[in-house]
Write a new protein. Structure first.
Length: 70
């Protein structure tokens, strides 16, 4: 039996690192906005949005698309 190659190329590592950094920044911006936005401007309560934002990519996107009243 042979071992499968599990190492990533430098380009793949850079891409994954960049994607991770963007994801963390996206969640940070959603949390920052949630903390500074008045509760009347939100659909749902602030405590409800905290675990939603923690869901990778989908959570912050959902917050910005559906959580803020326009």
């Amino acid at each position: 039996m042979t071992k499968a190659k599990t190492e990533l190329s430098p380009a793949a590592r850079t891409g994954l690192g960049l994607a991770g950094l963007v994801q963390v920044a996206f969640a940070f911006l959603a949390f920052w906005d949630l903390a500074h936005r008045d509760a009347r401007d939100l659909r749902g309560s602030k405590p409800l949005w905290i675990p939603v934002i923690l869901v990778n990519w989908i959570g912050p996107a959902s917050y910005f698309l559906f959580g803020i009243r326009r």
